[in-house]
Design a binder for this molecule. Structure first.
Ligand code: CA
Ligand code: CA
Ligand code: CA
Length: 249
């Protein structure tokens, strides 16, 4: 009887041992979980490795790009520095040129003043009067416009050309009816000075020039005179008047 109980116990024991206990099941589940975790960890490590390698490659690329950028910046810095130096040199050159020009202007003004002084000292010749840079001659004789002009040309000048109000005022000061270097002989109504220049500044007497007002007795009026009162008139070139010459000093 005792033996039977022992066997029964043995059977119970062996039966119980062949079945996994709750703890063993938990352990088995835990082992499987661990296994899975190890695999996941391995995969994670693998990915991490790949990531690190990629990061290393990328980092190497960045370093190379940074080096290139630094080099480019250095070259740009050098160029800017060179440009600044160049601009500085140009500025100095411009300053020197400006100063040089100012000095030349002063010299030129001095030369002009000296020339004016020398001209003022140089006599115009007997019977001639100076005004500005020219000499003027008022004839005592009277003659036609052409004869008066020939006299002036033989003296190194020509009949007077009025270039300014001041010059007009000066010759009006002679207060004598005289020929001036003005005519419309080439084309009626087109007045020109003896040097061929057109008339731009005039001091005609009101109503003049009238080309003789179509009166046959007066004929064509193609030559310019200055009245003793100072204003101008057109008159026949064959009339006989005093004349005013002008020549450079
Ligand atoms: Ca003149
Ligand atoms: Ca005329
Ligand atoms: Ca007239």
């Amino acid at each position: 009887m005792e033996m039977e109980e022992i066997y029964e116990n043995i059977d119970e024991v062996s039966f119980e041992s062949s079945k996994p206990s709750v703890n063993e099941k938990a352990l088995q589940v835990s082992n499987r979980g661990l296994h899975g975790a190890v695999i996941l960890l391995g995969l994670f490590c693998g990915f991490l490795m790949v990531g690190l390698i990629s990061l290393g490659v990328h980092s190497a690329g960045l370093s190379s790009a940074k080096a290139n950028l630094t080099k480019s910046l250095q070259i740009s810095d050098n160029k800017i520095l060179s440009l600044i130096n160049h601009l500085g040199a140009s500025y100095i050159q411009i300053s020197n040129l400006t100063e040089g020009r100012a000095r030349l202007n002063i010299t030129l003004n001095n030369v002009r003043q000296e020339l004016e002084r020398l001209r003022a000292e140089k006599p115009c010749g007997k019977g001639w009067k100076r005004f500005g840079g020219s000499c003027y001659f008022l004839s005592n004789d009277i003659a036609s416009w052409k004869t008066g002009r020939n006299y002036c040309r033989n003296s190194g000048g020509d009949l007077v050309i009025v270039n300014s109000k001041e010059e007009q005022k000066f010759i009006a000061g002679f207060k004598r009816g005289s020929w001036i270097g003005l005519s419309d002989q080439e084309k009626e109504g087109i007045w020109k000075w003896v040097d061929g220049s057109p008339l731009t500044l005039s001091f005609w007497t009101p109503g003049q020039p009238n080309n003789g007002a179509n009166k046959p007795v007066l004929g064509q009026q193609n030559c310019g005179e200055i009245f003793s009162k100072g204003t101008w008139n057109d008159v026949s070139c064959n009339n006989e008047l005093h004349w005013i010459c002008e020549k450079d000093n």
